[in-house]
Design a binder for this molecule. Structure first.
Ligand code: BG6
Length: 466
């Protein structure tokens, strides 16, 4: 049984309800299941079913219909809950349990705002619902080290860490998981995956959307907390980790935690904070706001494999294009014997591995090849992997879908762990304590001009053509 707190909220509408429907369509939900929605306001089961239908119509694959939908809708019920009155929820859970028959394992998904978090967890503990259950927690996992620790304390007062699934939907993306396969299932890439061969790494997640009416959330959060300390650092963990001894949750998460341990605290002088022009005019935004809508940062992983290799991270709103790309720039060969085509302006810019991890994702190796004919001049060439060329992608799952499924199965390997999160806040502390002033940038651009100084002598891979 899944109990979805925040069932009438934005995340449930955009991701969770359409995702659950897709899991049902793919036959990945258990044969007997129930989904109980919960929020503060009262609703009937039918109202919640209609809400789910609207969500799937708007954010899923169009208006659902037919027997399969009727069956899915029939599995949905609703029970309001507040700290003072959890009764309607308890009744709905009891009903759902009866419908499933036998003792159903419960998975709670807490898609609630931070203010509602502690009271929901406490209520799960006090009512006994937490016993033997699993819980999915949504970011923000605190706003700094102290609040992350408090949050972990709250969670651990009710749940053992083995019951906790901290979701970062980037880790559920097909192409992010594939970084592990690319590296550790092949003899081709891993031997060069280190400081001897790689000059720098870019993890670049520009977004074309602005804040989309989320001023309240964004003013409190900003791009660093919304994107970097969560998603981009987690992707960095996969790119930089040592080979785990197995793919089991403990081993994988031990390795990402070691990467975070090896990251020195951020140097604010190596961070560009930007704000798009017009942000301060958005409804609900403080006209003098210093909240950043853009971050570019140079970070390091100070260990045997990566010492001296800079990792450049960038993310922001209202940028030129939505992309999600990891680029590994390769070092120059020992000597150059070939001439370059005039079009090749930067030899090293043509020597790299590019992983696009926005669904459906692809990987490209960029290299120099000899121009055909009686010449030794080099031009730019590419080898490309696309999922659709090699696999039937009908059953590919979006990040949330994959992770909800894993949580149902009790597999924590793609979920973040308390110690890793706390370390990332520790790494972030100098920036949070002394943030550089925000620099303006034009909507549709790629950020403030100073990002080029930050990455020199390298260059940002984006913008570039896919
Ligand atoms: C969310 C952030 O976690 O991730 C959003 O809060 C951001 O600000 C989104 O737009 C990006 O995710 P996706 O699914 O587009 O890769």
């Amino acid at each position: 049984m899944i109990v979805l707190f925040g069932a009438t909220g934005d995340l449930a509408k955009r991701e969770l309800l359409p995702g659950l429907w897709r899991l049902a369509q793919a036959g990945l939900l258990p044969s007997r299941y129930r989904i109980v929605g919960s929020a503060r306001s009262a609703r009937t089961d039918d109202q919640f079913r209609q809400h789910a239908k609207d969500a799937v119509t708007q954010f899923g694959q169009g208006e659902p219909a037919g027997e399969a939908w009727d069956e899915f809708a029939g599995s949905l019920s609703y029970g309001a809950a507040s700290p003072a009155d959890p009764e309607p929820l308890l009744d709905a859970v009891a009903e759902a349990e009866k419908a499933i028959g036998g003792h159903a394992r419960k998975l709670f998904h807490l898609a609630v705002p931070p203010q509602g978090f502690t009271s929901t967890i406490d209520m799960l503990g006090q009512t006994g619902l937490a016993d033997n259950a699993r819980v999915i927690i949504e970011k923000p996992f605190g706003t700094d080290l102290a609040s992350a620790r408090t949050l972990d304390k709250t969670v651990h007062a009710t749940f053992d860490e083995s019951q906790v699934f901290r979701i970062d939907h980037f880790l559920g993306k097909e192409s992010v998981d594939n970084i592990l396969a690319l590296r550790f299932a092949n003899g081709l890439f891993e031997p060069i995956w280190n400081r001897d061969h790689i000059s720098h790494v870019q993890i670049d997640v520009p977004e074309a959307i602005a804040i989309e009416g989320r001023a309240g959330f964004f003013e409190q959060t900003g791009t660093f907390r919304d994107m970097i300390v969560t998603h981009l650092f987690q992707v960095l963990g996969f790119v930089a980790m040592e080979p785990p001894t197995s793919l089991a949750a403990k081993q994988l998460r031990d390795e990402t935690s070691k990467v975070f341990e090896a990251m020195p605290p951020l140097d604010p002088a190596q961070v560009v904070r930007g704000q798009y022009r017009g942000y301060r005019d958005e409804p609900g935004v403080d006209p003098g706001s210093q909240t950043e809508t853009f971050i570019a940062a140079r970070v390091e992983v100070d260990n045997w494999r990566w010492s001296g290799v800079p990792f450049y991270l960038r993310s922001g709103k209202s940028l030129g294009q939505k992309r999600q790309v990891v680029t590994l720039g390769l070092k120059r060969p020992a000597m150059r014997m070939f001439a370059l085509e005039p079009a090749v302006t930067d030899e090293m810019h043509s020597n790299r591995l590019v992983i696009e991890f926005d669904d459906p994702g692809w990987i490209e190796a960029h290299f120099l090849a000899k121009e055909p004919g009686a010449t030794r001049r080099l031009g730019e060439a590419k080898m490309t992997f696309r999922y659709t060329d090699s696999f039937c992608t009908q059953y590919a799952l979006a990040g949330y879908e994959r992770l909800i499924l894993d949580a149902m199965l009790g597999d924590q390997s793609l979920f973040t762990r308390a110690d890793g999160i706390e370390r990332l806040w520790e790494v972030s502390a100098p920036l949070l304590d002394s943030p550089p002033p925000v620099e303006p940038y034009d909507p549709g651009s790629w950020g403030p001009d100073s990002i080029h100084r930050l990455i020199a002598p390298h260059r940002w891979f984006l913008p570039s053509n896919p």
